[in-house]
Ligand binder design. Structure first.
Ligand code: SAM
Length: 284
């Protein structure tokens, strides 16, 4: 038995495209003593692809507590272990919380090896605001519970990010349409990094309509995103990006009054909204 504790590596693996794995992740997976995988048969494909011969053991939601104890014992004895899930970043709607929490409590070093994660991949390509967002995982399974949950988010100003499976995508989208205003922006990111990757962004009424009309849009794995509520009185939220840029350029060349007047003429946007944004941009 060694006195030096081993390290626990939290290794992100691809969410579809097998090339989306870091050089460091491959190196760690090749060199640890053991890989704890959510589904060893599923992960075998990835390991074969990169000629990784490290021994695997199953670590999933049904044996999480018991298996954590065994893995922590091995780590205490000096073994290094990598935790991987079926896809993406472990612990993000995947097993591992119990293991990482206990590892910290036992002073075992936890080393993150970052990589793909469906929520970040979807958010960054959704066209929705990214500065503040709230990841909510899977919504409840029944429609009534789902609508109740969605109503709680109605006043949230952060971009909302949900995971959804093909079984419930249509029902979930219908509930989103029932709860949120039709003009609220939203996005669906489907089959990210895979052959049939589709990212649709627009108003709730448009996006849900497109998904309802196209059976292909109802297959695969999904991230569903809904824009946060826009603050009342934040008139500039109504302006398009192009109009905002036009106003910015004009403000560099003209007085505030002239810039707003020209911007109204050029963009056709409401004077109130442009004036309010001009005040914000010039700090008045
Ligand atoms: N740990 C994973 C991660 O880092 O994203 C998430 C695991 S969670 C059990 C599986 C869910 O993630 C799917 O039902 C889907 O909502 C989302 N997901 C995973 N891969 C995806 C992909 N390629 N495209 C869209 N959504 C995906």
């Amino acid at each position: 038995m060694s006195n030096v504790k081993g390290s626990l590596y939290i290794v992100a693996t691809p969410i579809g495209h097998l090339a989306d794995i870091s050089l460091r992740a491959i190196d760690v997976l090749k060199n640890v003593d053991l890989i704890a995988a959510e589904d060893t048969r599923n992960s075998k494909k990835l390991l074969n692809e990169y000629s990784i011969q490290t021994k695997m053991t199953a670590y999933h939601e049904h044996n999480e507590d018991k298996k954590s104890a065994t893995l922590l014992e091995k780590l205490s004895d000096g073994s290094s272990i990598a935790l991987i899930s079926d896809a993406g970043t472990p612990l993000i709607n995947d097993p591992g919380y119990s293991l990482v929490q206990k590892a910290h409590a036992m002073d075992i070093k936890v080393v993150p090896i970052p990589g793909a994660c469906a929520l970040i991949t979807a958010l960054s390509s959704s066209g929705l605001a990214t500065a503040r967002f709230s990841f909510e995982g899977f919504l409840p399974r029944t429609s009534s519970a789902r609508r109740t949950a969605l109503e709680v988010y109605l006043k949230d100003s952060k971009t909302l990010v949900f995971y959804e499976s093909s079984h419930r995508i249509v029902a979930t989208l219908e509930d989103i349409q029932a709860v949120f205003e039709p003009t609220r922006k939203m996005a669906i990111a489907r089959e990210l990094t895979k052959t049939f990757e589709t990212i649709v962004s627009g108003s709730v009424v448009d996006v849900v309509g497109q998904a309802q009309a196209d059976k292909n849009m109802q297959r695969g794995e999904f991230v569903v995103l809904v824009e946060g509520v826009q603050k009342k009185g934040n008139k500039s939220a109504e302006l398009s990006d192009a109009s905002i840029n036009t106003l910015k350029v004009l403000l560099q060349e003209c007085s505030l009054k002239t810039a707003v007047k020209l911007a109204v003429d050029l963009t056709g946007e409401p004077k109130k909204a442009l004036y309010s944004l001009a005040l914000t941009l010039t700090g008045k």
